[in-house]
Each structure stands twice: as structure tokens, then as C-alpha cells.
Design a protein around this ligand. Structure first.
Ligand code: PA5
Length: 464
């Protein structure tokens, strides 16, 4: 395991009564052990197929790297069409590992296709994509686990038509890779009928737990990222999650601390990376934490309405917009910092003798400054008795990013088990999907349409 976890500022020793007593680990030992066991016993079963993704058969991974890597070499642009769990994995990981201005680099420096992750159906966004793409050299990965999501299907229909018009039917087909559940859903049927290349998402791999399946790996291979190193990093964290001693198991430990924090009224979980490369990791985390833990009932059917609202923040940028609230507002947050020991580059602040000011900055590096500011924020939060902990990445590489992803997924699974809820369903999301089908007149949703239309919108509560 390459990541390090500093949870000092979650504890009573550091922040007094707002923190967790060290004795809580002993007092809750049986509960923690049961949560650990229930997650570990279900690895590879039901909705926990994601646990096995780092250990996928080598021949499957080799084929994916060879095929998608080949597409990446031909492509000028690689476009991911998907939403939620079918977009945030590719987006967060690729943003972590590619040059921060990847799409703007000249081709010879970029060495991989431009990447577009299209996770919305704003008509202006689609029109603007068509304005910048050269369809002759653009390749598309259409991702939907269910194969039924309206947003992704509509994007596919628009772009497949555009491709056919530009390239003709046979060439257009070669520009599409589909990632979906094999044998199920509208997109799978279309893919078979049209003869697209298809990669499968395991039946027991939910969207927000799918980043290490072909949902993420197809794009990573096309972009020339080291897929095997990423899976190796994830495997290291899967091993760490097996550790019996909670104090040596970071995912279990921090899941427990977060659940304890919820019990103390900390209903907001802020993820604050101090690195632009990790900015979209906060989006990945927010979906994982929100959809997995925000549940109305527990496993015994009792109404619980649990969950912790995740929020994203970027260091140092949001020090100048949100940290005031974090230090002095309600005691309702846990802040998780992501820290990077070694950035991929060093920028020295010039020692400009002609400027007679700022001596404390001259000759230092931005690397020193960003980490000093992170430690300063951590200190300010601690001083104000605010719960926070820090996850250190020695550097941002495929291996450490793979570890981080697996850590987040195990932490979420352990937290769900501690809360005694179904971590892996999302009835709230499904409801919206069904209402959309109904409003667009899809067959079989007539009763849902009546229900939607019966929802009251009183005129007296509408302005304008
Ligand atoms: O995590 C989830 O299950 C959801 O966010 C889904 O990923 C999202 O709704 C997209 O679903 P699908 O991949 O079936 O298109």
C-alpha cells in the first residue's frame, strides 16, 4: 500500500469533544468486525463483483489493451458517452493522469487522442461537441450498464447518425465501442444488430463501482494509460481492506470514523484535493458516497433516512470561498484532504531582485506553497475543533490512483455495512429514470405517466 492516512484530527485527543474517543474502537469492536465480515464475505457475489475487478483474467485485460490501444493510436479524439457511474470513473481517472491541459497540447506532445467525457444532454453542449470534432478521426465509447439510460441513448443516436452521414455505414460502425451488460438491454441489442465492438460490464458491478471494469478501462487503454499498474494499485488496497485490525485497515477505519461523525451530527462530507489533477476525484467520491449511503430504509426495513451529503472543494482555490464556513459555520462537516507529496513538476517562484517585496515567497516553490497552505487549513480546522483527515498520495500515478479508487469503494461498502443499509441499490435514481420514460411516451410506463401528471403544481406557488 502506497497511500498514507492521517486521522489525528478525527480524534478527541486533537479536537476535544467533537472528536472520536480512542475507546470507541474497543467499544464497537463487534460491530466493526461484523461490517468487515459482511463486506469481505460477499466479495465477488451479488452486487460486489467490483471487488474482483483488480484480479480480472490477464487475457481479457491484454485483449482490451491491444484493441483499445490500437483505436487510441488512430484516433484524434476519443469521446465517452455516459452519465453517472458510466462517466465519472473515466473522467476522474483520466483527469488525474493526463497532462492537465491535455486537449490543448499540440498533437506531437499529446501522444494520445483528445478526450471528451460527455455526461450531459445540454443541447448547446452537444452542438459545440459537433463543432469541434472531426468525425473522421473521432472514436466513441458508448457506456450504459443498463443499456436503457435516455441520456446516453439519445447521445448515441445523434452521433451515430452524424458518423454515418460523414463516413458511410460500414466505416461508422468501426468508430463505436459499446460498454454494457452482455445479453441485456436496448443498447446491447442495437450493438449486436449493428455489429459494434462490445465490452461487458459484469451483472454485479453497479455504475458507481464500475471504474475498474471496461467502463473505465476502455478509455484508459485508448489514452495509453498503464491499465495494469492501475489494477495492481487497486489490488494492493483490496488486500489492505482484508486486514483484521481496524487500526491497520484504512477503508474500515475511516468508514467507522465517518459513521461515528454522522452520529455526532456531521452530515456533510467534504472531499478537498490539494491538486488540480485530483479535482474530479471529488466528483467520483461524491457520487459513490451519495448514491450508496443516502437511503430511506435499513436492511430490516426500518425507516432511517441516513446518509452524509458529500461536497467537493479544491485546495487552495476554495480556501478563498468555502473554508470560512468550514472553520466557523455549523459543526456539521468532516473534511477529507487529498495531499500529494511529489508533484510531477516543480515550479520555482522567481527570486526577482527588481521587485522589492514578497521575500517570503521568493525562491520557494509552488509545490512548497500548496502543501504549506494545505497544512495551514488542516491546522485552522483542528484549532476550530473541526473533524478532518488527510490521505497522502506519494505521487499521482496509475498505481496510486488505482489504490485510491479501491480505497473509496471499500470505505463506502464498509460504511454501508456499519449503517446496515443496502449500499448498492439506488431506488431514488431509478424513480427519475422511470418518470423520464413515462414523459417521453415509452411503452409500459402509462401508469407512471398518470402518477407524474397527477403531481400538484399550484398556480399560486408559481411566480411569473
Ligand atoms: O451508479 C449508478 O448506478 C448510476 O449513477 C448509473 O451509473 C447512472 O444512472 C447511469 O446508468 P447506466 O450506466 O445504466 O446508463
Amino acid at each position: 500500500m502506497k497511500l498514507r492516512f492521517d486521522y489525528n484530527n478525527m480524534m478527541e485527543d486533537a479536537i476535544g469533544k467533537e472528536g472520536v474517543k480512542p475507546s470507541a474502537f474497543v467499544k464497537n469492536a463487534a460491530r466493526i468486525a461484523a461490517a468487515r465480515k459482511s463486506v469481505l464475505d460477499n466479495r465477488g457475489k451479488g452486487w460486489q463483483e467490483w471487488c474482483e475487478l483488480p484480479f480480472a483474467p490477464a487475457d481479457e485485460i491484454d485483449e482490451l489493451i491491444a484493441y483499445c490501444g490500437g483505436i487510441g493510436k488512430k484516433a484524434e479524439s476519443f469521446v465517452v458517452l455516459g452519465i453517472g457511474g458510466s462517466a465519472l470513473g473515466p473522467l476522474s481517472v483520466a483527469s488525474s493522469l493526463l497532462h492537465l491541459r491535455h486537449n490543448e497540447l499540440p498533437k506531437e506532445k499529446r501522444k494520445a487522442p483528445k478526450l471528451y467525457v460527455e455526461d450531459n444532454i445540454d443541447p448547446e453542449r452537444m452542438a459545440s461537441l459537433l463543432d469541434v470534432l472531426d468525425l473522421k478521426t473521432a472514436y466513441f465509447n458508448v457506456i450504459t450498464k443498463s443499456g436503457e439510460t435516455s441520456e446516453t441513448l439519445s447521445q448515441f443516436l445523434i452521433l451515430y447518425s452524424a458518423l454515418k452521414e460523414e463516413l458511410g455505414l460500414e466505416e461508422a460502425k468501426k468508430h463505436i465501442i459499446v460498454t454494457t451488460t452482455i445479453g441485456k438491454g436496448t443498447l446491447y441489442d442495437v450493438a449486436v444488430a449493428e455489429g459494434f465492438k462490445v465490452y461487458g460490464v459484469g451483472k454485479g458491478v453497479g455504475g458507481r463501482f464500475s471504474v475498474l471494469s471496461p467502463v473505465g478501462l476502455v478509455a484508459f487503454a485508448a489514452l495509453g494509460l498503464d491499465v495494469k499498474a492501475m489494477l495492481a494499485g487497486a489490488a494492493a488496497q483490496a488486500q489492505a481492506a482484508e486486514e483484521q485490525d481496524v487500526l491497520k485497515n484504512p477503508a474500515l477505519l475511516t468508514a467507522f470514523l465517518q459513521v461515528e461523525a454522522m452520529g455526532k451530527g456531521k452530515n456533510i462530507s467534504v472531499l478537498m484535493p490539494y491538486a488540480d489533477s485530483l479535482k474530479y476525484m471529488a466528483d467520483f467520491y461524491c457520487q459513490l458516497w451519495a448514491e450508496s449511503l443516502g437511503k430511506a430504509t435499513d436492511l430490516n426495513g426500518k425507516t432511517v433516512h441516513v446518509g452524509q451529503t458529500p461536497a467537493k472543494s479544491l485546495g487552495v482555490t476554495d480556501q478563498h470561498s468555502q473554508v470560512q464556513l468550514y472553520t466557523e459555520g455549523p459543526f456539521d462537516k468532516v473534511v477529507t484532504f487529498l495531499a500529494v507529496d511529489e508533484f510531477r513538476t516543480t515550479v520555482v517562484i522567481s527570486d526577482d531582485k527588481s521587485v522589492d517585496a514578497c521575500d517570503f515567497l521568493k525562491g520557494r516553490t509552488l509545490n512548497e506553497l500548496i502543501n504549506a497552505e494545505r497544512r495551514a487549513t488542516e491546522f485552522a480546522l483542528k484549532k476550530a475543533d473541526r473533524m478532518n483527515y488527510t490521505i497522502y498520495l506519494p505521487e499521482v500515478t496509475e498505481e496510486t490512483v488505482g489504490e485510491l479508487l479501491m480505497y473509496f469503494m471499500y470505505q463506502t461498502a464498509f460504511a454501508g455495512a456499519l449503517l446496515n443499509i443496502d449500499t448498492f441499490n439506488q431506488p431514488g435514481v431509478e424513480e427519475g429514470k422511470k418518470a423520464t420514460f413515462a414523459m417521453l411516451g415509452r411503452g409500459g410506463y402509462e401508469a407512471k405517466l398518470q402518477e407524474v401528471n397527477a403531481a400538484v403544481h399550484k398556480k399560486e406557488y408559481i411566480i411569473g
